[in-house]
Every structure is written in structure tokens, then in C-alpha cells.
Design a binder for this molecule. Structure first.
Ligand SMILES: Nc1ncnc2c1ncn2[C@@H]1O[C@H](COP(=O)(O)OP(=O)(O)OP(=O)(O)O)[C@@H](O)[C@H]1O
Ligand SMILES: [Mg+2]
Length: 318
């Protein structure tokens, strides 16, 4: 195996925009990252930071009015190469579990028929018994009883619907699963249960991309995380390094909020709010902003694999 197989996903200065009546809205403003095959990688960040846009690009599901720049390579194929896209190349390789799985399940189709369709499409020349065998295996992987096969989507609880969605995505035999907010409607107990299932999938050899605003869930499930703010990755690295030594002020804030730690009182931006499109994306909320921050910081690596885009960090650590 050559080295290029190690990274199953590579993004280089990837930009994603959408054409609207008011011009192009740039949702992703130049991100770079690598995902190691058979590991889990998490995109964390607040609403609107561009997480789903990246997940949709990886799954080949950007709408026709989207615009791209930079590079996105998935499983050795160029999905994005500047403005050229090839979304068909990821079909069968990547599957997305959508943000709201119960809405995505067709309401009048019995669960068993949903599975039969997907499995028989994914595996060539498979007979009914073999298909049933596979479906049983996938249900087991998500801890669902076989009775769910006789149900209709509206009869499933939120946690069951999420498991059905995961099992269905396994049924196409993908290399990569993109799980977009897999626990957004679930209570703490079910969040833990889904987290364990996702970890098992990675142990079974799947590459997992998790999209979430919940950094604690991310830390439970993922090996590497990228923290996003307004279309940029502001911190990236091994999850344990980021949790034990967060460097970007936004990452620190996210972790404090998630663990209900008290920060040092309310944070005030020390630079007058200035809605410039130049400079650091966090400048308006940052308690440490200084003149340099009107220039855009690039990611610098503090230690192996732990990178941060912040001028203050560069002063302190580099
Ligand atoms: N199909 C679209 N058409 C136009 N603009 C879009 C489209 N999808 C996303 N956007 C815009 O792109 C930006 C990023 O959206 P995206 O859905 O990628 O963020 P997100 O991080 O997944 O947010 P959330 O946590 O709310 O799901 C937002 O400003 C959003 O309004
Ligand atoms: Mg989203």
C-alpha cells in the first residue's frame, strides 16, 4: 500500500459557496484537513459554520447551485478540483446519515422493504436469504431487534429511527459514513448509546465523519477533530490534545460551555466590532484581539498534528 492510501479524505483550501439572489454566499472559506482511513474525524462548531456543507461535499450531495474552489480528494478521487466537481465518484463509497433521519425515511414503506431495496441495490446478484442475513447483521451492529423490520417509520422512536438510519447506511457497504448531527434529538442516555455504536463502526473498519456542535460527544467518538467558526477551521488535532490544551479562544469557550466550567467572567471583544471580511473570523468576539488580527491567521502547528489559526497563539507558542 502506498502512502496516498493512508489519507482517505484530503481537503486543500476547500471553499464552498451557494449562488443566491444576492450573490454568492461563501459557507466554507478555505479549509484544509486530512482524514486517516478507518478513523473518525469530527467537525465541531456553531450553527452556520459550514459543517454540513463540508459533509455534503464529501458525500457528493452539494446542490447544483453550489460553487467550489480548492481541492477535495475522497478515496483517491478528485471530488472537487477548483470549479470542477465529480460527485458521482463517491457514490457507493460514501453514505450520509442526514441531520433528521426520521424525516428522510419514506413514511409508507415498511422498514423491511427499505432494507431489502438498499441491500439488493448495493450487492450484485444476492438472493433473498443472503439479503436477510446481511440485514440481520446490520441490525445487530446497531443493537436493534428484528421486530423493527415489521414496523413503519412513524412507529419508531427517535433513538430507533437514528439506529435504523445508521443500519440502512451500512447496508450500502460504504467505506465512509458521514453522520450529520447524529444525536441532535436524543437524550443523554441515547447519545451515549449512539456514540458507542459509531465507535464500533470505526472498529469494524469504517471511516467516520461526525458533524456536531457537541464537543463532548465529539470527544467520546472521534480521534481527530476540527473546530470550525464562520467557514474556517480555527483549531485541529487529536481530540485529547484539544480537550486538554485548547488554544484558540473559541475552542476554550466551547469547552467551558460544554463542561459548565466558569470562565473568567463575561468576555468582551477588546477591538471595536468591525464587520470587515478581512482578518480573523473570530475578531468580533475575541477577548484577546489585537491589531495583527485584522490580517487573516493561517493554521500553524504547535505540536505534531495540533494546529491553530490564531495570531496570539503564534506569539505564545511558536
Ligand atoms: N443550500 C444552501 N443555499 C444557500 N445557502 C446555504 C445552503 N446551505 C447552507 N447555506 C449557508 O451556508 C452557511 C453554512 O451552512 P451549513 O449548513 O454548512 O452550516 P452548519 O455548520 O451545518 O450549521 P448547522 O449547525 O446549523 O447545521 C450558512 O450561512 C447557510 O445559510
Ligand atoms: Mg448542519
Amino acid at each position: 500500500m502506498d502512502m496516498s492510501n493512508r489519507f482517505i479524505i484530503t481537503a486543500k483550501n476547500l471553499k464552498i459557496g451557494y449562488e443566491t439572489d444576492d450573490g454568492v454566499v461563501w459557507a466554507v472559506k478555505g479549509v484544509s484537513f486530512d482524514v486517516i482511513e478507518k478513523t473518525s474525524f469530527c467537525l465541531v462548531g456553531e450553527s452556520g459554520s459550514g459543517k454540513t456543507s463540508i459533509g455534503n461535499a464529501i458525500s457528493g450531495l452539494l446542490p447544483p447551485y453550489s460553487i467550489t474552489k480548492g481541492v477535495l480528494i475522497v478515496n483517491n478521487k478528485y471530488v472537487v478540483n477548483e470549479d470542477k466537481t465529480d460527485f458521482r465518484s463517491v457514490r457507493g463509497t460514501v453514505v450520509r446519515i442526514p441531520q433528521n433521519p426520521s424525516a428522510a425515511l419514506s413514511p409508507y414503506t415498511k422498514i423491511s422493504d427499505l432494507f431489502m431495496d438498499v441491500v439488493r441495490n448495493a450487492y450484485n446478484r444476492i438472493n433473498k436469504e443472503q439479503a436477510v442475513e446481511l440485514i440481520r447483521k446490520y441490525l445487530q451492529m446497531v443493537n436493534l431487534p428484528e421486530d423493527v423490520l415489521n414496523m413503519y417509520p412513524h412507529q419508531l422512536s427517535g433513538g430507533m429511527a437514528q439506529r435504523v438510519a445508521i443500519a440502512l447506511s451500512l447496508s450500502i457497504n460504504p467505506k465512509i459514513i458521514v453522520a450529520d448531527e447524529p444525536t441532535s434529538n436524543l437524550d443523554a442516555y441515547l447519545r451515549g448509546a449512539i456514540g458507542n455504536i459509531l465507535r464500533e463502526l470505526v472498529n469494524s473498519g469504517i471511516t467516520l465523519i461526525v458533524i456536531t456542535h457537541d464537543i463532548l460527544f465529539a470527544s467520546h467518538v472521534c480521534r481527530n477533530i476540527a473546530v470550525m467558526y464562520r467557514g474556517k477551521i480555527i483549531e485541529i488535532g487529536r481530540v485529547e490534545d484539544i480537550l486538554s490544551n485548547p488554544i484558540h479562544p473559541y475552542t476554550i469557550e466551547l469547552i467551558e460551555a460544554a463542561t459548565l466550567q466558569k470562565g473568567n467572567g463575561p468576555k468582551k471583544a477588546s477591538i471595536a466590532t468591525h464587520s470587515s471580511s478581512k482578518g480573523c473570523v473570530y475578531i468580533n468576539r475575541c477577548p484577546f484581539a489585537f491589531s495583527k488580527c485584522y490580517e487573516e491567521p493561517n493554521i500553524v502547528f504547535i505540536k505534531n498534528g495540533h494546529g491553530v489559526a490564531c495570531w496570539r497563539a503564534e506569539k505564545l507558542y511558536v
